[in-house]
Ligand binder design. Sequence first.
Ligand code: ATP
Length: 358
Amino acid sequence: MLEIKNLRLTYAGADAPAIDNLSLSVPDGTIVTLLGESGCGKTSTLRSVAGLETPDSGEIFIGGQAVFSGAGAVVPPYRRQIGMVFQSYAIWPHKTVFENVAYGLRSAKEPRTVVVERTTWALSTVGLGDFAQRSAALLSGGQQQRVALARALATRPRLLLLDEPLSNLDAKLREQMRFELRRILKDLGITAIYVTHDQEDAFVLSDMTALMNRGRIEQLGAPNDIYQRPATRFVAEFLGQSCRTEGVVRGLVGDRQMVDTPLGSLACLSARTFAAGDKVIVYVRPEELQPVEEASEGQAVSLERISLLGGVVDWEGLAGGVRLRGTVPTGTQIANHLVSNRPEKLTVSIRNARCVPA
Ligand SMILES: Nc1ncnc2c1ncn2[C@@H]1O[C@H](COP(=O)(O)OP(=O)(O)OP(=O)(O)O)[C@@H](O)[C@H]1O
């Protein structure tokens, strides 16, 4: 278990803290991603956990042990039992794959038999069992990434920290490695923090995602929860494209907030319950707009643009003064109608919207 409490870190000369009163609990065996734009404090948080930065205040506990406390306790990095994997793999090209992975164990002065046993285990865990004696210079990008992971796993860390480890891989390999990495970490029951600016990395890999903004966590939750029920404007706008409008809460029906908007009364998912009369910002995602045949069942949209993108036909238009953008799967009747007839009007029903405090 990793526990971060009220962590604050301000770099010398900076106007604002890089980490601003951040608290986070990571239960054993859980993969948490820190997701956010460049400069939001992800790497600073990771480096503080590793002991590579000294925060101004707060506390960090690993497995119940205080490894940092503003009050004085500081455990040096090499005694925190942490494994790290970075974007740059730091592979020695002139050494063999085995020697690259064995490095951490040799530095820790582990006996020879332990070095051989753990290195062999780590290489087979990442699928490089047959590559032990190969020169590291002859590995592909994906294989180098596995070596870096094996090196971190070989020391049997109680916590694994990964900083954008897939960002140097091409798109296809990256997609494959996400699944693979998750499978390995889950099979081993490893507790991990994964830093990324890529929403897909975060969603595929993690049990919990912490979306960060300006050194703080805006929202922490299972990927599906934060996608379905964003808590703030920042979260709603970070997670994909949406159309935005304003509304006033009318009440609650089941687990949906009914909100009066220029697009009519919409059923909204939300992270919290609002009171009738509360002002909210309402977001509508493209996939939530369903074209319908009956004008009485939906909103009339004046279409401005229809584009065939490949798997989807993407359209944009105005309804009730609100700009809407939606997609329909290519090849469906409605998609064929849109691209062949280029209609000026479309009627759409809005399945779910999302609302956050205004
Ligand atoms: N060594 C440093 N000295 C001064 N300022 C720093 C230092 N490292 C980071 N910062 C600043 O602290 C803030 C947070 O940086 P951090 O690297 O933690 O963000 P990040 O979310 O990991 O971004 P990226 O994805 O670009 O690595 C940024 O404003 C950055 O410019």
